[in-house]
Design a protein around this ligand. Structure first.
Ligand code: PLP
Length: 427
C-alpha cells in the first residue's frame, strides 16, 4: 500500500517506526480514501473476458470517476489496456504522460480551433456533428495531421452524435478510403435495464450504420451494455463505472469487485441524555441515553446531506468496530454524528477510523441513501481525504499533503483494518 504523497514532505520522526510515521501523516486528514488499483485491473480483466474478442477500453473521464485518472490509466495500461476515453482535451493532456502509447479519445466533441491541442498530445476527437467534422477536416488538411478521430452516431440518446441520415451521407467518403476515421460509436440510453426494448432498437440502428462504415472499428457498449450480450459488443467496448466497482447489472448481483474504501476519523465520543436532539435543526432525538461518535467527514467531502436521519426516517449507516451504526441527525459540512450506543464500551474511541464505504457498504448502497447513482457517489468523492493507492505497482502519486505541525507527543498508529506498509524506499 502506498501513501499518495511525496513522503519527503512529511517530517519523519526518528523516534517512530515507518508505520507510525505514516499513521501520523494520515492523522492530518479527517478521512482516508483507499483506491484499490488491483481491483480496478481485475474488473477490467473480467470485462475484457466477457467481451472477447472485442477490445476492452477504459473510460477515465472525471478523474477516472474520482479514482485518479493518472493512477488508473497507468495501472490499466500496464495490464494491457490500449484505448482510453476522457471527456475533455484537458483531461486527455493530464493522462497523456501516464500512457504515452495509448489511444485517447475525447468524448466531448470538437471545438473550433482546438486542432493543435489534439495534435500536440496526439489524442482523437469524438466528432458528433457535421460542423465539427468540417472544422476537423479543415484542420487536418491545413496541417497534414492524421491522428484519427471517432464518429459518434446518435441512436436514441439525443445528446451528441450525427443523425442516422447524416452518418449515411458520409459513407461515400468512408468508402473512398483515407478518411482518418478510426472508430464509429454510439451510446446506449438504458443499458442497465435488460428488458428495455430501447436496447434492441438502438442495436438495430447502430448495426446497420456500423456495417456501412467498412473497415472502421465499431463501439456501442458502456459497462452495462457489455452484459447485454455479444451482439452489443462489436469491436470495442467502453466500460467506465464497472471498472470502479459500480454494479453494471443492477437487476442482479454485482459481478465487479469493490474498488474504493473510505474511512473517517472519530474526533469525539459524547453521551447525550434521552430527549436531547443532535445536529442542525434538532431533527433527530435520542430515544434512550445515547453514545455518539462524531466523525470528521461531511457533505463537503461528498457524503451527501441526503444521507441524514431524523425522527421519522433512517439515514445511512457507518461501520464502527465492525458493526453498522446509524447516522444520527443531519450530515453537516465537515462532521457527522453516528449512534454507537450498541457497541461494547470503548470499542470505538477518539482517533479510531470508521468505515463509510467498504466492509460491505457499497458505493451503490450509499447512492441509494444519497438519492442518486453510484456514478455520482464516486465523482463526488472529496479532495480532503488522504489518498492511498493499493496495488497496480504504483509508487508515485500527486496529492501532496501539507507538512504536519510538530506533534508534542508521538501518535499511536490508527487502527486501520489492514496493516499499512512502510513508505517505498527511494530508488
Ligand atoms: C461515460 C461514457 C461511457 C462509460 O459509461 P459507464 O456506464 O460508466 O460504463 C461510455 N461511453 C460514453 C459515450 C460515455 O459518455
Amino acid at each position: 500500500m502506498t501513501m499518495a504523497s511525496d513522503t519527503k514532505m512529511i517530517p519523519q520522526s526518528g523516534l517512530l517506526s515507518a508505520e507510525a510515521n505514516q499513521a501520523a501523516a494520515l492523522a492530518a486528514y479527517g478521512g482516508v480514501l483507499t483506491v484499490d488499483l488491483d481491483a480496478i485491473i481485475a474488473n477490467w480483466r473480467k470485462l475484457e473476458k466477457t467481451a472477447v474478442p472485442a477490445e476492452c477500453s477504459a473510460v477515465i473521464k472525471a478523474d477516472a470517476y474520482g479514482c485518479g485518472a493518472e493512477q488508473v490509466s497507468r495501472a490499466l495500461s500496464k495490464a494491457g489496456c490500449k484505448t482510453f476515453f476522457v471527456a475533455t482535451i484537458e483531461e486527455a493532456r493530464k493522462v497523456r504522460g501516464a500512457v504515452p502509447d495509448a489511444a485517447i479519445y475525447v468524448l466531448g466533441g470538437y471545438f473550433q480551433n482546438t486542432g493543435e491541442h489534439y495534435a500536440s498530445i496526439n489524442c482523437r476527437p469524438v466528432i458528433g456533428d457535421l460542423n465539427e467534422l468540417a472544422e476537423w477536416d479543415v484542420f487536418c488538411r491545413r496541417t497534414g495531421w492524421n491522428g484519427g478521430a471517432a464518429i459518434h452516431v446518435d441512436t436514441g440518446m439525443n445528446r451528441l452524435g450525427l443523425t442516422l441520415a447524416e452518418a449515411q451521407a458520409i459513407i461515400p467518403r468512408i468508402n473512398a478510403g483515407d478518411h482518418g476515421i478510426t472508430l464509429v460509436m454510439s451510446h446506449l440510453v438504458s443499458a442497465e435495464q435488460l428488458n428495455n426494448p430501447v436496447n434492441a432498437k438502438q442495436l438495430a440502428a447502430f448495426r446497420s450504420i456500423a456495417s456501412e462504415f467498412s473497415g472502421v472499428p465499431a463501439a456501442l457498449a458502456n459497462s452495462s451494455g457489455i452484459f447485454l450480450g455479444a451482439p452489443f459488443q462489436f469491436d470495442l467496448v467502453r466500460p467506465g463505472a464497472a471498472l470502479y466497482g459500480v454494479n453494471p447489472t443492477p437487476e442482479a448481483d454485482n459481478p465487479m469487485q469493490p474498488v474504493v474504501d473510505l474511512k473517517a476519523r472519530i474526533v469525539q465520543i459524547r453521551n447525550v441524555e434521552r430527549g436531547e436532539t443532535v445536529g442542525y435543526g434538532g431533527t433527530w432525538t435520542a430515544r434512550r441515553p445515547t453514545r455518539l461518535a462524531i466523525i470528521a467527514v461531511g457533505y463537503a467531502d461528498g457524503y451527501f446531506r441526503a444521507a441524514s436521519s431524523n425522527d421519522g426516517t433512517r439515514g445511512a449507516e457507518v461501520i464502527a468496530a465492525g458493526k453498522r451504526c446509524p447516522v444520527a441527525g443531519r450530515v453537516s459540512m465537515d462532521l457527522i454524528a453516528i449512534d454507537i450506543t450498541d457497541l461494547p464500551p470503548n470499542a470505538a474511541r477518539r482517533g479510531h477510523l470508521v468505515t463509510l464505504i467498504g466492509e460491505g457498504i457499497t458505493v451503490d448502497e450509499l447512492a441509494h441513501h444519497f438519492g442518486t447513482i453510484g456514478y455520482e457517489v464516486l465523482t463526488s468523492l472529496g479532495h480532503r481525504y488522504a489518498r492511498i493507492y493499493k496495488g497496480g505497482n504504483v509508487v508515485e502519486s500527486l496529492t501532496k499533503p501539507e507538512p504536519l505541525p510538530a506533534a508534542d507527543q508521538p501518535l499511536a498508529p490508527p487502527p486501520l483494518d489492514k496493516p499499512v506498509s512502510p513508505p517505498p524506499l527511494p530508488t
